[in-house]
Write a new protein. Structure first.
Length: 71
């Protein structure tokens, strides 16, 4: 995103009312994998932190889980 990072983006989303998308599930897929990076991601409002590299099947399970579906 050329003018915004994921942290500010998710904060703007979470500031919305649930009916306006504020409760939409969100995963952060990132190369930053330290415990402090994970805490920063979760503190910003993401539901889950996924460190790269990620296996496609793992990513599919995470997306399904966030969508309320089970694989």
């Amino acid at each position: 995103m050329p003018h915004e990072d994921g942290y500010s983006f998710i904060r703007r989303i979470r500031a919305r009312a649930p009916g306006e998308g504020g409760a939409v599930p969100a995963a952060a897929l990132t190369a930053y994998a330290s415990p402090s990076d994970r805490m920063k991601v979760l503190g910003a409002g993401f539901n889950i932190h996924i460190a790269k590299p990620v296996q496609p099947t793992e990513l599919a399970v995470v997306v399904a889980s966030l969508a309320g579906r089970h694989t």
